[in-house]
Design a binder for this molecule. Structure first.
Ligand code: TMP
Length: 207
């Protein structure tokens, strides 16, 4: 099932507007007559949401390897229970975060060797990659400010600015390595402008 046409991921650092733009794109594609499934990581299933609770709880002092494996446990369930079946029915799947988040957060920011993450991808999501990834790029301090205004304080929001800077640089590196799949979108602009650009990117990628 390598690069399925209708598997779109949204990626980006904290407060970059992924969830908002995933929803806007889903609404647009539905209006165009597509069947669309919106989902998110970590989560998307009952088990995934329980694992999400463990991962984001600021009370949990978690070892980086535990963290990595919990993301992949949630993902194993998510792809098998939700994503593969939807793609097999020709549903467009839009996910708010996927494997690039693991490379950016656990790899580039936490320092886990990227080859370990690649090996886990081979085991957990063999032969599955988004056909298109929208990378919403925003200054990290601005993103964290937006999240605080929305009262979103989880285990990752408590990380240092340096950590979030490494996440952002990690995403930039991924975009440089796979420029066709990963499209960087400036998330500092107003919502309508960003949404128009995303729709244009998706339509062009399908033609
Ligand atoms: P969210 O805030 O976009 O819902 O994502 C929850 C947090 O999980 C966010 O801080 C990014 C982090 N995350 C990882 O560290 N690795 C991953 O693989 C994923 C999917 C998310």
């Amino acid at each position: 099932m390598s690069r399925v046409k209708g598997f779109i991921s949204f990626e980006g650092s904290e407060g970059s507007g992924k969830s908002t733009h995933a929803k806007l794109l889903a609404a647009y594609l539905r209006a165009q007559g597509h069947n669309v499934l919106e989902t998110a990581e970590p989560g998307g299933t009952n088990i995934g949401n329980k694992i999400r609770g463990l991962l984001l709880d600021p009370e949990n002092d978690m070892d980086p390897l535990t963290e990595l494996l919990l993301y992949y446990s949630a993902r194993a369930q998510h792809v098998r229970e939700i994503i593969y079946p939807a793609l097999l029915q020709n549903t467009v799947v839009i996910t708010d975060r996927f494997t690039d988040s693991t490379a950016a957060y656990q790899g580039y920011a936490r320092g886990i060797d990227l080859s370990i993450i690649e090996t886990l991808n081979d085991i957990v999501v063999p032969d599955l990659k988004p056909s298109l990834t929208i990378l919403l790029d925003l200054d990290v301090e601005e993103g964290l400010r937006r999240n605080r205004t929305a009262q979103k304080i989880d285990r990752f929001e408590q990380e240092t600015i340096d950590f979030h800077g490494r996440v952002r640089q990690g995403f930039h590196q991924i975009a440089r390595e796979e420029p066709e799949r990963v499209r960087l979108v400036d998330a500092s602009r107003d919502k309508e402008e960003i949404s128009r650009e995303i729709i244009k990117i998706v339509e062009e990628s399908w033609h």
